[in-house]
Design a protein around this ligand. Structure first.
Ligand code: CO8
Length: 258
């Protein structure tokens, strides 16, 4: 992989634990996305049996997209940033191996997207998760929305997205955004292994084709509209009003500390 992602493979089960490790909050910049994307390709090539996605941090799973990639951006870098995000999602959403997110901290926006792109979510108590884009003055991309609809349904998605709602672990559990609770990271990892072990008894080809059949349409939608989606992103982040919102958001994040 790369230095921002650690991959540990369990020799007995063939399950890979993929740990994002970009301090302090795993915000998804171009480098972390590149490492995630490369990792997914490597796991695919090495016939991985299952993947657990988690974080090095004990308070943040991922803070979502790195706002600094969108704030006063360099156009070329912003284009490759967004293209890499699209490609990472296309790979993660469509992996041939089963995937679980062990959400051991907050998972706003892009962090929630990563978690929802896995097939199963186990979350520790007292954290938050959701697509809060509208709170930042931006509209969640169509494929973020599709991923959420596929996870919690149309009604809950509409309610959550229009408010930019971040759910507590318990509330996320109630609406099915999270499948299982865990008391600690160790507990979450054990529960993830247990979920993945169910597939030992399922014919792999039937499992893979079923997953493709369930998720394929939304992946194809993005592949067919990749350029248009990139242009929407570029138009959004070069909009003055959006830049003002991002500036206020960046300042609020910094002020929180003082
Ligand atoms: N990007 C860049 N830097 C960040 C981000 C981020 N997303 N989140 C936090 N940081 C920085 C903080 O500014 C702070 O920096 P510094 O140390 O220089 O002051 C440092 O990371 C640590 O942050 P906190 O002190 O806030 O850490 P906490 O542990 O107290 O809180 C949280 C962690 C809860 C994750 C909190 O940092 C937070 O809420 N972050 C913002 C999360 C967020 O709203 N992300 C949205 C990103 S947008 C996105 O993912 C989708 C955009 C889609 C674009 C579509 C366009 C068309």
């Amino acid at each position: 992989a790369g230095k921002l992602v650690n991959v540990a493979v369990n020799d007995k089960t063939g399950v890979a634990t993929v740990t994002m490790q970009r301090a302090p909050v795993n915000s998804l910049n171009l480098d972390l996305l590149n490492d995630l994307s490369t990792t997914l390709t490597q796991l695919e090539n090495n016939k991985c049996r299952g993947m657990i996605l988690t974080s090095f941090s004990n308070s943040v799973f991922s803070a979502g997209l790195d706002i600094m990639e969108m704030y006063r951006p360099d156009a070329d870098r912003a284009r490759s940033f967004w293209t890499t995000l699209q490609e990472t999602w296309i790979k993660l959403y469509g992996t041939s191996f089963p995937t679980v997110a062990a959400i051991n901290g907050h998972a706003p926006a892009g962090g929630c997207l990563l978690a929802m792109s896995c097939e199963y979510r186990i979350m520790l108590n007292n954290f938050t998760i959701g697509l809060n884009e509208t709170q930042l003055g931006i509209v969640a991309p169509t494929w973020f929305i599709a991923t959420m609809k596929n996870t919690i349904g149309f009604r809950q998605t509409e309610l959550a997205l229009t408010q930019g709602k971040l759910f507590t672990t318990n509330d996320a559990m109630k609406i099915g955004l999270v499948d299982e609770l865990a008391d600690s990271k160790e507990d979450a990892l054990a529960k993830a292994e247990s979920f993945l072990s169910k597939f030992a008894r399922i014919p792999p080809m039937a499992r893979i084709l079923t997953k493709q059949s369930v998720r394929g349409k939304d992946i194809q939608d993005l592949i067919q509209n990749q350029e248009r989606d990139l242009n929407v992103f570029m138009d959004t982040i070069t909009n003055d009003q959006v830049q003002k919102s991002l500036q206020m958001y960046v300042e609020a994040l910094k002020k929180k500390k003082a």
